[in-house]
Every structure is written in structure tokens, then in C-alpha cells.
Design a protein. Sequence first.
Length: 281
Amino acid sequence: MGETALLGDIGGTNARFALSRNGRIDPQTRITLRNDDHPTFAEALDEVVSRLGAVDAIALAVAGPVNGGRVRMTNRDWVVEETYLATRTDGPVRMINDLTAQALAVPDLRETDQDILRTGVPSPDGQWLVVNCGTGFNAAPGLHHGDSRAVLATEVGMCGLPGSIADRLRAADYPVPANYDALLSGRGLAGMRSAMAGDADSLFAHCLADMLRDQMYAMMPQGGLYLCGGVARAMLDGPAREVVLRRLAEAYDPYPFLADVQISLITADDAALIGCQAALR
């Protein structure tokens, strides 16, 4: 990668940037912009480049699926295009989904970048799974590919709920949402709290745990299960933590080894930037 790269984490509310110099993120260059202050992404990027100067490469993590080098953001009327990024540097340009960035960051995370919820022995060659529970919901597996790493593009949040979670919601007299994104997200939690008052967090935690068990079977993350996102961080910092861990500790028939998968909560605010840096390697 170039000596100086611009890294960015473009969310629905804020856009965070920093420079990477010779493969190391420079904390003195961090910039956070309020998206509401910029009608278009191009204006936001122009401000950042004017403040930080020319760069040898650009890598951005953007909230939305990347299609043909273009993202129309999920939670904001912004369009981000690689062709425009290429006008701001003569070097390589990478644009990836924000969850892809979190997953790419996993092999570079330090102990201080995560809260280990359940200790395990991650397989050095095993694939890992990152589950984002925040403004929206998604999950993506990462794996080692020779000397590099790869992450599959996914939109698990758009998948319909399995019968086990639907039955749990009906038993609590709660309407079954259309998909994971409508349930295990900020708006899903807010809706549940509005409708159920004191029982909402417990029901949400059980649904979250049911989903994680299903994803453990589907993805076999022997390299570790990682959660990220503001809702996950808030929920797992309270009583819901024990609800989730108890459910995840139950037997996995016929694959008992899944009970030993290490489970961590990503706490590093710059994890997406670490993933962007990895994307440029």
C-alpha cells in the first residue's frame, strides 16, 4: 500500500476518517464529521482532503452494499462511488461494506480492542464470524486466504426470521417482524421497549441468542464469534449479557465443539478503519 492512505468509516450519522502512515493509523489525524452538515458525500470528502492533504491511497467502509463500485447508503441519501474517489488520489482505491471492514479487522484486533465474553481457543486457520447489531443488522464470515484474508458479502439482515424466533415472539404476544433487520436493530429494540416496557430487554436478548446459535451452526466460526454495533454493546453491558451467554452455552447437537467457540464484543471505535487498512494490503 502507499505510504499515506486515507481511511474512512462512513456511517448513517457520522463519517470518521484518519490517515494511515506506513501501515499504522495516525491518531493525530482523526476527523469526525456530522453527515447532516454535508448535503453530499463528495462535499464531506472534499473537506477531509483539504484538511489532511494529498494521499497515496483511499479505503472507505460504507454503510450499504457495494455494487459495481458504487454504494447508495442504506440510512442516508448519499451515493459513494469509486470513480469519484479515484479523482482524489493517483493510487489504489478500495470501497467496502462497513461490516466487511469490521470482519477484515479481526485478525489485527488487540486484547484491548475487544471484551471477551466467553474464553475459547480460536483456531488459527478457522473462519470467524462478525455480527453487527446497531442501527441495522447483518452478519458476515471472514476467512484466511493464503497470506491474506477475505470476507463474504452478505445481507443476513434481509432474511426472514426462523420458526424458533417467530414462535418465541408469538408466545410473548409480540408481532413477528419481516426480517432480522427489523428485529435485532436499534429500531427493533426501540419498538419492543415501546410495546413491552419491562420485559422488552429480556425478550430481545433471547432472540439475539437464538440468532447467534443459528449463525454458529450456519457459519462454524471456529476462529471466533465477534459482535459489534451500538445495540450489541449496550445490551451486553447489562443483564442481557448473562441471558445471551447462558443460551449460547447450551448443548450443540451434533456439534458439541461449538460450545467452546470464543465469543468477543468488538469495543474499538476504529475497528472499521483497521479493516480499511487491511483492505489495502
